[in-house]
Design a protein around this ligand. Structure first.
Ligand SMILES: [Zn+2]
Length: 58
């Protein structure tokens, strides 16, 4: 099972996508991407919950 995520899924105007074998792996990728590209977006607990909600099984 692969987990996938794209920034667009949470309404961010960005075509970046990532995938991983576990939610933790995907969240780590997202954290690194957010720090690098979306430093203006604050990763609040609410946003992290929204992010986890849109991670899909592919
Ligand atoms: Zn992005």
């Amino acid at each position: 099972m692969t987990k996938t995520y794209t920034c667009r899924d949470v309404g961010v105007d960005c075509d970046w996508a990532t995938s991983g074998e576990t939610e933790d792996e995907v969240m780590a990728n997202i954290g690194a991407h957010a720090a690098e590209v979306h430093s203006d977006i604050e990763l609040t607990p609410k946003l992290l919950t929204a992010v986890k909600a849109v991670i899909k099984d592919a």
